[in-house]
Design a protein around this ligand. Structure first.
Ligand SMILES: Nc1ncnc2c1ncn2[C@@H]1O[C@H](COP(=O)(O)OP(=O)(O)OP(=O)(O)O)[C@@H](O)[C@H]1O
Ligand SMILES: O=C(O)[C@H](O)COP(=O)(O)O
Length: 390
């Protein structure tokens, strides 16, 4: 990565504001998945070891610019403290005298967690006054929040314009892996896309068709392509406004675009619905396709096993229901077993990989859903662009 790195900073005794993405699931006051906290540990550890005074800041959920106890950072501070093996003080504010005092009292190598950045309306507006306030108590700024890098907010952009800034280790790793896939992939490069909507991923499909050797499409998305081909798709999820786009993409992509050959169709959208495997042009009237079928898993697995690079985003079916999770599991296993450099992005595909305990088999699991897709689409991420070059 061309950007200045936290490694390049002299942080000893300095007050460092670190933007992390601790937007983690919380239930009954407990963090239920601490992956994003864990992935920020290398940067936090490096700063602590080098004697910085560290203040971490993140958003949590989507509060509307004012304090909302439901989204307070306390459960995150508790979990972070357990993971660091020491108490982490959480402040009830993100700006002002309380922050300055806490930093003055913090020993070198100490860590505090500031309150949810979205408790301030200046955050999502990237308000200059709010960015000034955020920056005021600090000497340096580090952005390790790859998952929020597609947002031009005060904590991701404004503050980076006001302090000497650098990329954290996680942000660097995320960008380096995605760059490896997009700019210089070892071939064959197989991309796999699933999930609900073609409309969400049109830009991603176009971009991947430009760089990958094949693009395997599963999930509800494939039914828009099948309808465009003139197949009966029953009540499967289809975006009628995108049929022409789907036709165009199929024409342009030719053999590169690989669609399922069979699907699991169900009578209704229920976990215990009557279901059976049918060929892709044989979804019964009134039924809906909820997963790719076993022949498709075999077809996709064959492509994946010959790949040197794999990028995967989005589940192959309604993996939340066991009866329709086999396609996603089959693809996850094939990616895990391949020798390819594998990059997995998007909340649902990552959840599927975690559920199967396959996370160690993947080369890189992105902590950013929206951010990784925007990057693959070729969009500039404001939180990365604003950082100074080396
Ligand atoms: N055939 C299908 N019919 C209906 N829904 C489906 C089908 N296949 C997948 N889905 C649903 O699509 C949803 C995931 O779509 P989405 O586009 O949000 O994926 P993602 O990009 O991995 O997720 P995230 O938005 O969390 O990053 C899942 O809830 C899944 O149940
Ligand atoms: O979970 C995410 O994708 C990031 O934390 C960004 O969250 P946001 O979509 O609420 O900005």
């Amino acid at each position: 990565m061309q950007k200045k790195s936290v490694r390049d900073l002299d942080v000893d005794g300095k007050k460092v504001l670190v933007r992390v993405d601790f937007n983690v699931p919380v239930k009954d006051g407990e963090v239920t998945d601490d992956t994003r906290i864990d992935r920020a540990m290398p940067t936090i550890g490096m700063l602590v070891e080098r004697g910085a005074k560290v203040a971490l800041i993140s958003h949590l959920g989507r509060p509307k610019g004012s304090p909302d106890p439901k989204y307070a950072m306390d459960p995150v501070a508790k979990r972070l403290g357990e993971m660091l093996g020491r108490h982490v003080e959480k402040l009830d504010t993100a700006v002002g005298q309380e922050v300055s005092d806490a930093l003055d009292n913090l020993p070198e190598g100490g860590v505090v967690l500031l309150e949810n950045s979205r408790f301030y309306e200046g955050e999502t507006k990237n308000d200059p006054g709010f960015a000034d306030e955020l920056a005021a108590p600090f000497d340096l700024y580090v952005n390790d929040a790859f998952g929020a890098a597609h947002r031009a907010h005060a904590t991701t952009v404004g503050v980076a314009e006001r302090l000497p800034a650098a990329a954290g280790l996680l942000l660097e790793r995320e960008v380096d892996y995605l760059d490896g896939v997009l700019k210089d992939p070892e071939r064959p490069f197989v991309a796999i896309l699933g999930g609900a909507k073609v409309s969400d991923k049109l830009g991603v499909i176009e971009s991947l068709l430009g760089v990958a050797d094949s693009l395997l499409i599963g999930g509800a998305m494939c039914f828009t392509f099948f309808k465009a081909k003139g197949y009966g798709v029953g009540k499967s999820l289809v975006e009628d406004d995108y049929l022409e786009e789907a036709k165009r993409l199929m024409q342009e992509a030719g053999d590169k675009l690989v669609l399922p050959v069979d699907v699991v169709a169900a009578r209704e959208f229920e976990a215990d619905a009557e279901h059976r495997t049918v060929s892709v042009d044989g979804v019964p009237e009134g039924w809906m396709g909820l997963d790719i079928g076993p022949e498709t898993v075999e077809l996709f697995a064959g492509r994946i096993s010959g790949a040197k690079t794999v990028f995967w985003n989005g589940p192959m079916g309604v993996f939340e229901m066991d009866a329709f999770a086999k396609g996603t599991e089959g693809v996850a296993r094939a990616v895990a077993e391949s020798d390819a450099t594998s990059v997995v992005g998007g909340g649902d595909s990552v959840a599927a990989v975690n559920k199967l305990g396959l996370e160690r088999e993947m080369s890189h699991i992105s902590t950013g859903g929206g951010a990784s897709l925007e990057y693959v689409e070729g969009k500039e991420l404001p939180g990365v662009a604003v950082l100074p070059d080396r």
